[in-house]
Design a protein around this ligand. Structure first.
Ligand SMILES: Cc1cc2nc3c(=O)[nH]c(=O)nc-3n(C[C@H](O)[C@H](O)[C@H](O)COP(=O)(O)O)c2cc1C
Length: 161
């Protein structure tokens, strides 16, 4: 059976740079905020650094249902990951396992208060409508070209974004 979080999702998470973490409080009030430190840890877990996210922490403690989405803004595609979130605290057994990849990404400058551990229950692709509405005239390269224009970004001389 294919893992829920396979290598394509792992590499898209890296390319995307930023994710949006959606949580909800006990009454269902949604909260969506960006997180940059969110590596895919293994086939079913994404870990998110709680550096400055008291609202997400409070919600996850009250309501485990979360959704995390990320897209490569240039290719205009990515994934939506639905799952159950828990907050791992530094005092807990096993914390070192969850926090290790986050420390590697965040470095010394950003203190990590706790870790949001998202166990994925479902994954759906996200694509710009053009990919589905106009498949014969849409390619990743064309989407990148139009996104570069829209964001006013120029490639480097090496052709990198
Ligand atoms: C580009 C960007 C990246 C961010 N990355 C993180 C992150 O990895 N971890 C974190 O805790 N906060 C991060 N933040 C800050 C939170 O999004 C911000 O403090 C937000 O208000 C937290 O809301 P919350 O308390 O409702 O979760 C980031 C913000 C921006 C703009």
């Amino acid at each position: 059976m294919n893992p829920l979080l396979g290598s394509d999702i792992r590499s898209m998470a890296q390319r995307s740079v930023l994710c949006w973490l959606a949580t909800a409080d006990a009454s269902g009030q949604p909260n969506v905020t960006p997180k940059e430190i969110f590596p895919v840890l293994d086939d079913e877990h994404i870990v998110v650094a709680n550096i400055a996210s008291p609202g997400s922490a409070k919600n996850i403690r009250a309501n485990a249902k979360v959704c995390l989405s990320f897209i490569d803004v240039f290719a205009q595609k990515g994934y939506k990951v639905l799952g159950l979130g828990t907050e791992a605290q530094p005092t807990e057994d096993g914390y070192a396992h969850w926090v290790a990849p986050l420390r590697a990404m965040a470095g010394e400058r950003f203190p990590i208060h706790s870790v949001f551990v998202v166990r994925a229950t479902a994954v759906e692709p996200i694509v710009a409508p053009s990919y589905r509405l106009y498949p014969s005239e849409t390619s990743e390269e064309k989407q990148i070209e139009s996104a570069l224009l829209a964001y006013g970004v120029q490639r480097s001389e090496q052709g990198e974004l």
